[in-house]
Design a binder for this molecule. Structure first.
Ligand SMILES: Cc1cc2nc3c(=O)[nH]c(=O)nc-3n(C[C@H](O)[C@H](O)[C@H](O)COP(=O)(O)O)c2cc1C
Length: 303
């Protein structure tokens, strides 16, 4: 049987499949469907320092082959999350990643510091993408220098491995990825949602109160795959590919494009056991194609 392990350098995962932030709750919600130990790791919903109620409904809107969301990062705040992390960590040994949010650099650091001292947290994922939240300014992912500043601040003041999650809503994602790498990021995860717009013709209004919303699901897969390939070419740290992954074949496409591991998002919302199916399909396809391990094909396009 093929070897499914995914080696990020700072941690070796039993397989490359990681449910993505915001699509997997805090993990515990999925215990009724399967054993979390089956996963490579999982990412908790993004958290700010204070408790947040999130956006007014609607928060989710179906589109052809996709989903628009404008949740507004509702959550219990960093201190409130501590108990939730301890509870789910007592039920699984799978590495827990927490998605760190902030309205400014100081808040990012405040959240990261609370989580950094928790032994139950394996890694931090810095969400510099923040497409839905009006924080009185643009998000750091929109500029290489802002990205460098916040990544450096966290690397200088925290000890956990830091994954930096990038936005696709910029003209040059590789330059932002390089800035994160130069500032000490341990890995890059890419992509967050693409900004989109849904309109209500009858009322002549945008569907979402915040106007734009984030598009995810199979509709974005080819766009995400392109960006993952570009970013993997641009940096020397591991890349975690995200965007519309629904099958084991999709996983191997992202690995071929240069990703070391992948995250599953929308699939968890429409099929709660989808990530486990994807792990099994990946293994079956590797056996069928006689691929012994993921490194054998990573970034190995015949071009
Ligand atoms: C309902 C919903 C909530 C999300 N919340 C977060 C979040 O809190 N932090 C974050 O970094 N990304 C968040 N995302 C983005 C996903 O983690 C992922 O990057 C995106 O959905 C693309 O993957 P997919 O096409 O497989 O869904 C959210 C996505 C959805 C659909």
């Amino acid at each position: 049987m093929a070897d499914l392990t995914a080696d990020l350098g700072f941690i070796k995962l039993k397989n490359p499949v990681i449910p993505a932030s915001g699509t997997f709750g805090y993990g515990g919600e999925f215990l009724q469907f399967f054993d979390l130990d089956l996963l490579g790791a999982f990412v908790m919903k993004g958290v700010y320092s204070e408790e947040r109620g999130g956006n007014e409904p609607p928060r989710i809107w179906e589109t052809p082959s996709g989903l628009l969301n404008s949740i507004g990062l509702a959550g219990p705040g960093a201190e409130g999350l501590r108990g939730i992390i301890k509870e789910v960590a007592s039920k699984t040994s799978t590495p827990i990643i927490v998605n760190v949010c902030g309205g400014n650099d100081e808040e990012y650091l405040e959240v990261a510091r609370v989580l950094d001292v928790m032994e139950e947290v394996a890694m931090l994922e810095l969400n510099i993408s923040c497409p839905n939240v009006r924080s009185g300014g643009s998000c750091p992912a929109q500029s290489p220098s802002d990205t460098k500043k916040v990544v450096r601040l966290l690397k200088e003041n925290t000890k956990k491995p830091l994954i930096v999650k990038l936005s696709p809503n910029v003209s040059d994602v590789p330059s932002v990825a390089r800035a994160a790498e130069e500032a000490g990021a341990d890995a890059i995860s890419v992509v967050n949602t693409f900004l989109g717009l849904a309109l209500d013709v009858k009322n002549r209004k945008p569907v979402f109160k915040n106007f734009f919303a984030g598009l995810s699901g199979p509709a974005i897969k080819p766009l995400a795959l392109k960006i993952v390939w570009e970013v993997a070419e641009a940096v020397n740290i591991p890349v975690i590919g995200i965007g519309g992954i629904m099958t084991g074949r999709d996983v191997l496409e992202f690995i071929l494009a240069g990703a070391t591991a992948i995250q599953t998002g929308t699939v968890n919302i429409i099929e709660p056991t989808g990530s486990v199916r994807i792990i099994n399909e990946t293994l079956e396809l590797m056996d069928e194609l006689k691929i012994d391990n993921l490194e054998e094909i990573r970034g190995g396009l015949n071009i």
